[in-house]
Design a protein around this ligand. Structure first.
Ligand SMILES: *[C@@H]1O[C@H](CO)[C@@H](O)[C@H](O)[C@H]1NC(C)=O
Ligand SMILES: *[C@@H]1O[C@H](CO)[C@@H](O)[C@H](O)[C@H]1NC(C)=O
Ligand SMILES: *[C@@H]1O[C@H](CO)[C@@H](O)[C@H](O)[C@H]1NC(C)=O
Ligand SMILES: *[C@@H]1O[C@H](CO)[C@@H](O)[C@H](O)[C@H]1NC(C)=O
Ligand SMILES: *[C@@H]1O[C@H](CO)[C@@H](O)[C@H](O)[C@H]1NC(C)=O
Ligand SMILES: *[C@@H]1O[C@H](CO)[C@@H](O)[C@H](O)[C@H]1NC(C)=O
Ligand SMILES: *[C@@H]1O[C@H](CO)[C@@H](O)[C@H](O)[C@H]1NC(C)=O
Length: 605
């Protein structure tokens, strides 16, 4: 009996995850949407794996991740059966004539980040089960015939950045917490907006100061457009996991004065020939550097734009071109002042290339250690700015991108400097492009010795805290100018690892000996101390003890470091005492056979 139940359960599980189940569910969707016979002709019921079907994308495990069917002129309804697509991140069905209700079962699509059902004829209530979609970033249900009240459960969607419910037939109150979402639109409904919140019923941007001075807007917007065109971003943010077909937007926020959406251009697909000419046939003299992912060449495009072309080596992409392109698009939505922007890419059967803007002042590592005669030393204020800018860039990757991006190789060599010596983090997102071959045990550890967090080395598992560790080491590089690993330090009977070296000097209160001699004493010792403290907090051996990048940013801005540092010292002192106590016990145990007191001490406790 038990066995029978077990087998049934196994059978159920199997059918749940098998490609056939996914194919069946998608075929049911096609049928319920009432697609005409000349639409989706390659959606073949007999073909078990839907990953080859048009408008569908899958991950490397053949789990369906996106279904993109906008403006197809369907007239049917939504099938509840697609609720089994557990890995679906994007569902786009806008601009069709879809009728009926949004199925409760959509609440089972727990990986979903984008749900766009805009401009259909959907009616009935918004299912409260959508509150289960914890990763949802975009929820676009505008221009339908949805009625009833807005479910309170939507308040729990902490990743939601854009909620568009305008032009429906919704009534009742709007849950308060929805006004904290970055973008929302509730206009064109029968919603009860209360006496004092009429503007709330309309559109908004939560958490920013309002009322821009209209006279200034046009000028600032034009200025921003020019800046965007020139390719350097002022403030800004968005990363919301934009996918194929979704319009990409950049939200620009200038000192709280302006709040405008600006369409962000498509990634450019370069031809091999174009890049060959730009780099003078990938000439060795144009090599800017070589990292874990391949060589980087300096190039000049036909319109005289200077670029850096990264030629990936060692890549394997089972999903082929389209999988590569998808990843590249994911990277390209990470747009931030302190992140290296992707301009475009190129694929051929044997090559994968990425094109970035050229960074005039190269990398922090080169500015610290490869100065040519006559080039100025990175001064202390610039080093502080680099520390903060890098922290902000990483914070954005970890906390504002969905899915979050883990860099995996944070170090001074991967932090570039633009013409204003602003820190620009490069090389993020590449690990996934290159490292897709998944072995059964662990994915290959990628990174640079001396910068790699201990848990990543020992388990192969990376997390944002692995990046925090790398960041801490980079701070030490900034302060000392030294390499993370340096065997020449052995000659002075010192530590090979920069971290150990700094810890020792810090314990002995020899902070001055830590600082880069190139600074010629032009630095503020309190600020040095602060950066060292942050670095030591970031490089704690246990990942849970390390601060998140957002906390690092706050500490660098002068908030909360003292408390955390006190905690650290307490823990460190206890750790040292414990170590010494064990050491003592060990010593006594060794040579005190006749020492009664020692015997007792080392005995029954
Ligand atoms: C995704 O695919 C993998 C491998 O085929 C499978 O183990 C996993 O259960 C699938 N997940 C879902 C939700 O279908
Ligand atoms: C399906 O589409 C056909 C025409 O393409 C139409 O005649 C039929 O009424 C539609 N069925 C539904 C249920 O909308
Ligand atoms: C899917 O959703 C339905 C309705 O919301 C629910 O009853 C069911 O348990 C869910 N199934 C799974 C496998 O989560
Ligand atoms: C909207 O839905 C209601 C029922 O909820 C229905 O009576 C009405 O006809 C629908 N209107 C449109 C324009 O589809
Ligand atoms: C809000 O929705 C209304 C009605 O659909 C639309 O006209 C308006 O442009 C939207 N506002 C914004 C800022 O998107
Ligand atoms: C809006 O909903 C109400 C009931 O809440 C219904 O009586 C009305 O017909 C709907 N309006 C439209 C345009 O469908
Ligand atoms: C509306 O005003 C009352 C007092 O005038 C205040 O208590 C309440 O918080 C306000 N509601 C909103 C949503 O601002």
């Amino acid at each position: 009996m038990d066995l029978l139940i077990g087998l049934l359960a196994l059978g159920y599980l199997y059918s749940f995850v098998s490609p056939d189940a996914q194919g069946d569910a998608l075929y049911a969707l096609r049928t319920s949407l009432n697609a005409s016979t000349n639409q989706l002709t390659d959606w073949n019921q007999n073909q078990v794996n839907p990953c080859t079907w048009s408008k569908i994308s899958c991950d490397s495990n053949n789990n369906v991740t996106s279904v993109t069917l906008p403006n197809m002129g369907f007239s049917g309804t939504l099938s509840p059966r697609i609720g089994i697509l557990k890995m679906l991140t994007t569902l786009q069905l806008q601009g069709n004539g879809i009728r009926g209700k949004i199925p409760q079962e959509f609440g089972n699509l727990t990986s979903l980040t984008i749900l766009n059902l805009e401009n259909n004829h959907l009616s009935g209530e918004i299912p409260s089960s959508l509150g289960n979609l914890k990763r949802l970033t975009f929820l676009i249900l505008s221009q339908n015939n949805l009625s009833g009240s807005i479910p309170e459960s939507l308040s729990s969607l902490s990743n939601l950045m854009d909620l568009q419910l305008d032009s429906n037939n919704l009534s009742g109150n709007i849950p308060d917490r929805l006004f904290r979402i970055s973008q929302y639109n509730f206009t064109g409904n029968l919603l009860n907006c209360g006496i004092n919140s009429s503007q709330h019923c309309a559109t908004g941007n939560a958490g920013r100061s309002s009322k821009p001075k209209t006279g200034m807007i046009a000028g600032i917007v034009i200025a921003l457009l020019v800046i965007l065109l020139l390719g350097s971003f002022l403030l800004l943010f968005l990363c919301k996991g934009g996918r194929k077909g979704y319009r990409r937007e950049v939200f620009v926020d200038v000192a709280g004065e302006v709040d405008q959406r600006i369409e962000f251009g498509q990634l450019k697909r370069f031809s091999w020939r174009e890049l060959q000419l730009a780099t003078d046939y990938f000439s060795e003299k144009n090599v800017l550097g070589q990292g874990g992912f391949g060589k980087v060449y300096k190039g000049v495009l036909s319109d005289n734009t200077k670029v850096a072309v990264k030629r990936l080596t060692d890549f394997e992409s089972p999903g082929g071109d389209s999988a590569f392109q998808r990843e590249v698009e994911m990277i390209s939505v990470a747009v931030h002042r302190n992140l290296l922007r992707l301009i475009g890419f190129c694929t051929t059967p044997t090559e994968r290339l990425l094109v970035y803007p050229f960074m005039q002042n190269l990398s922090v590592a080169s500015r610290l250690r490869e100065l040519k005669p006559g080039e100025p030393v990175l001064d202390w204020p610039t080093r502080k700015r680099v520390a903060l800018g890098t922290a902000r860039g990483l914070e954005y990757l970890h906390e504002h991108c969905n899915p979050k991006i883990i860099h995996r190789d944070v170090k001074a060599a991967n932090v570039l400097l633009d013409e204003d010596f602003e820190a620009i983090v490069g090389d993020f997102g590449l690990a996934k492009l290159v490292d897709v071959r998944k072995t059964n045990v662990t994915t290959q550890v990628r990174g640079t010795m001396g910068h790699i967090a201990p848990e990543y080395l020992s388990t192969g598992k990376s997390s944002e805290k692995t990046d925090v560790f790398g960041y801490g080491i980079m701070l030490l590089e900034l302060v000392t100018g030294q390499r993370a690993i340096d065997f020449s330090r052995l000659e002075e009977e010192d530590d090979v690892l920069l971290l150990d070296h700094v810890k020792k000097l810090q314990r002995d209160k020899k902070l001055d000996a830590i600082v880069d001699p190139n600074l010629n004493s032009n630095y503020n010792i309190q600020e040095v101390e602060m950066l060292i403290q942050v670095a030591l907090l970031c490089t704690q051996s246990s990942p849970e003890d390390r601060p998140a990048m957002s906390e690092v940013v706050r500490m660098l801005e002068g908030e909360g470091l003292a408390e955390r540092w006190e905690e650290w010292q307490h823990v460190e002192v206890t750790r040292m005492e414990e170590y010494e106590r064990l050491q003592r016990r060990f010593d006594w145990g060794e040579d005190s056979i006749n020492n009664q007191e020692a015997m007792e001490l080392s005995g029954g406790r």
